[in-house]
Design a protein around this ligand. Structure first.
Ligand SMILES: [Zn+2]
Length: 303
């Protein structure tokens, strides 16, 4: 009945959240299984530098870092190489209005982690990022983050940037120019308001885009469309390389997911598995914003 169609905001929001969850479940692909790793609670109160027992500060720092990683059941990754002093802006392909990027040209054994959507908001994951100091770039969808914008501010405060992943996570190709601009520019305004700086990078839901998407990305003030080479599932990545190996400069897709999407494993367990895979191949994690310069020289959305 039309007269009873207006349901409570809460019920509508719950229905929208359920629809979004179903939509986002298709965002990443298949899943694996593994026994749960141990992730005991580390001491978060260790000082930044310790020179006890006569150790020089760098050695003490390395020991402290190793202890923090060990407390999460991990061996430390190699230190990230210094980013390029003068990073080269990504090139546009053909006549496209903005570059499309899935890896960064570099010979260093470094990869870049991007985390999408924003459905799961596990406080332990913030602690993990703070303690391990692994840089990430967040591509956020408003429908997923609206219940708690503040969660992502805590990650942003670690130096990680917030980037654009549309308002409602639609499949963009064929949607039309005006609707795509509404999704992308609308999220650009929302993220700028909530996080204090305009995103510079865009990731299309499902990695799907058309010519109208690229034009909207440019019109909304973003400078590149970012895809990926590997996609983290539960215990391992899906690789585009049939050899199932990381390559220097690869961009890796991860999702903010929790036990409902990870077969009862947590976001931190999944992320620990990811770091083991990266470390096992001898790679470090770099900060994407250090390698993707803005045209005006500003680096990312935290400034
Ligand atoms: Zn997504």
């Amino acid at each position: 009945m039309p007269g009873t169609a207006r349901r409570s905001t809460r019920a509508a929001a719950a229905a929208a959240a359920a629809a979004l969850a179903a939509s986002l479940a298709a965002c990443g692909g298949g899943a694996g299984r593994s026994p749960a790793p141990s992730a005991p609670v580390p001491s978060a109160s260790a000082p930044a530098t310790t020179a006890r027992a006569g150790l020089p500060a760098p050695a003490a720092e390395a020991r402290r870092r190793a202890a923090l990683w060990r407390a999460w059941g991990l061996a430390p990754l190699p230190p990230a190489p210094p980013p390029p002093a003068a990073p080269v802006p990504p090139r546009r392909t053909g006549a496209g209005p903005v570059p499309v990027v899935s890896r960064i040209p570099t010979r260093d054994r470094v990869v870049f982690l991007t985390i999408d959507d924003g459905t799961e908001k596990d406080p332990e994951f913030v602690r993990m990022l703070r303690e391990l100091r692994v840089p990430v770039t967040m591509f956020l969808t408003d429908a997923a983050i609206r219940p708690d914008y503040g969660y992502f501010r805590r990650i942003q405060a670690l130096g990680d940037t917030v980037q654009n992943h549309t308002l409602t996570h639609p499949y963009l190709p064929g949607l039309g120019a005006a609707a795509q601009r509404a999704e992308i520019c609308g999220q650009q305004r929302r993220l700028t308001r909530e996080y204090g700086a305009a995103p510079t990078l865009f990731r299309p839901p499902y990695g799907a885009y058309d010519a109208a998407t690229l034009e909207a990305v440019r019109a909304c003030g973003l400078r590149a469309l970012v895809l990926w080479r590997e996609s983290m599932q539960i215990r391992d990545m899906q690789y585009q390389d049939p050899g199932r190996r990381l390559h220097p400069g690869d961009i890796v897709l991860v999702h903010f997911r929790g036990p409902a999407e990870l077969k009862h494993r947590t976001m931190t367990e999944m992320f620990a598995a990811l770091l083991r895979r990266i470390g096992g191949q001898g790679f470090a994690v770099g900060r994407l914003d250090d390698y993707l310069p803005a045209p005006d020289g500003h680096a990312g959305a935290t400034g």
